[in-house]
Design a protein around this ligand. Sequence first.
Ligand code: PEP
Ligand code: MN
Length: 237
Amino acid sequence: METLAGPCSWESKEQVEKTVKFLVKDCGIKYLRGGLKKYRSDPDAFQGVGLFDGMEYLQDLKKEYGFKLIVEVFNADDLDCLKNFADVFQIGSRNAYNTDLLRETNLFDKPILYKRHYSMGLNEFVMHSNYMTNNVIMCLRGDLSIHLQEQRFRSDMADIQRLKELTENKICYDVSHSSCEAKYVEKNTLAAMIYEPDMLMIEVHPEPKKALSDPNQQLDFKEFSVLLGKIKEGVKV
Ligand code: PEP
Ligand code: MN
């Protein structure tokens, strides 16, 4: 099982360097994820460093360490701009219904990490994935809770099993967004592993409390190392 890891957002040269070195050199992570443009409800919130600054921060490290990058795209221009840089395109949950964008990915020869919208049914998710002709990795990332004041998203790990019955595509479980808070990530990871997803996605930040997006759910380096050790041990049912 592959573990995809990285910060919610790539934020600065320093944060990028620290995170890449830790995840790739110390932990052996092969696929790094992190947003360069972010979807935020509040237009005054941090919107990401942008594709150009982000590529500049990452490109030398990418050559040096040889990791693969998963980058979220929002439109056809992003696909074109990132075609020689990203190894996997991420379609975020808010774009899960954007069939124009889903179709547009077919012009590029790249796998797609496709995140389910938090109110999308599994059949709908599978049907929408069929707009794409490249390899699609189906990513469950928590669905909407009716108890919004308590926790925005709920774990949807049991859907891994149901989704396997509906698609041949690989399945990724995003533990961070479905857990909402860092303190739940370890147990939720181990619990999700029982359903045998092909991949796990976990957000990691050198100083989560200072993160410019999703500060509550990201693990710090120590927490991630401990969890990775447990992931490698595997879970026995
Ligand atoms: C993310 O993966 O950083 C992200 C924003 O996720 P989602 O689109 O699932 O909210
Ligand atoms: Mn995030």
